[in-house]
Write a protein that binds this ligand. Structure first.
Ligand SMILES: [Fe+2]
Length: 295
């Protein structure tokens, strides 16, 4: 077993390169084949880069479902998916397949997950929200179907000091029942989701467990502010979301076929953009790594 210090020393010996994807966040990793096992040095360096850049993109990867699960396990425990619409015969529990391909092999005109089009951070309705999500683009549209990523740590840093002081002690209640009820066109929360995730409080200005930096922890699952009338809490959450999701805090990922994108849910929101679901095909494989409790 390699110690952390040894792995850090090894990290300097890794061979791949990281290129910034722009001023907001994100890096492209060049020279790594994720279909093969990774060295401890590479894993340590990727871990450091994820903390630094928050979103990492690996182009032209040839990833089977089993290999995606193996890569996911480097980072922690893969979570099972919870939406019944994503179950597909023959796929593993840990992989959520999102596809708009009908039984005839043609685009079916339906978006497989409309809730993903609202700003959110994955599984924030759990007491232990997702640490990381890994999304593999099996097929991607020529136009649209981008993923927007919001740097919620940068957004927090740019809040007025008075707002920071106000929100730092606040708890926000996240609820999957609330977000599914208020979304348009999506399925209601499943019995399983309600059972595993009753409304749960989180710090509104959540401290990142690794960096200690605060980030706005809201998104579409954020229901109300603990101890505040619901309407007042709603207004505050709407204001924070409008502030955080300004273009200056957002990186837009334009997918290429066979991209693997992984992101840190503890300091980002994300949202999918529309595409022509009747003409273009989009198939993704998603794995999610369990995080730690926020309280
Ligand atoms: Fe998501």
């Amino acid at each position: 077993m390699t110690s952390t210090m040894e792995a850090r020393a090894d990290a300097k010996r890794s061979t791949f390169a990281a290129t910034s994807l722009g001023p907001v966040m994100g890096a492209e990793i060049v020279g790594l084949d994720l279909s093969k096992p990774l060295s401890a040095a590479d894993i340590q360096r990727l871990q450091d880069l994820l903390i630094e850049y928050k979103v990492l993109c690996f182009r032209d990867q040839d990833l089977s479902i089993d290999r995606q699960i193996a890569f996911t396990k480097y980072w922690g425990t893969p979570l099972e998916h919870t939406m019944a619409s994503h179950k597909r015969t023959g796929t593993r529990e840990e992989v959520q397949v999102a596809s708009n391909v009908g039984p005839d092999g043609k685009p079916n005109g339906k978006h497989p997950d409309v809730t993903a089009m609202r700003w959110h951070t994955d599984r924030s309705w759990r007491p232990d929200p997702a640490l990381m999500t890994l999304l593999y683009g099996v097929e991607v549209p020529g136009e649209g179907g981008d993923t927007l990523f919001c740097n919620t740590s940068l957004a927090y840093d740019n809040l007025p000091d008075e707002t920071k002081r106000r929100i730092d002690p606040m708890k926000v209640i996240h609820s999957v029942e609330y977000s599914r009820r208020t979304g348009t066109g999506g399925p209601p929360a499943t019995e399983y989701e309600l059972r595993i995730a009753p409304p749960t409080p989180h710090p509104l200005a959540r401290k990142h467990p690794v960096t200690g930096k605060r980030a706005i922890f809201a998104g579409c699952h954020a229901w109300k502010i603990d101890g505040m009338p619901e309407a007042d809490g709603r207004r505050l959450l709407d204001e924070l979301m409008a502030f955080a999701t300004q273009d200056r805090f957002v990186y837009r990922h334009k997918w290429r076929r066979h991209d693997l994108v992984m992101w840190d849910n503890r300091c980002t929101f994300h949202a999918a953009t529309p595409y022509d679901t009747a003409k273009e095909i989009r198939i993704t494989h998603r794995t999610v790594v369990q995080g730690t409790r926020t309280n």
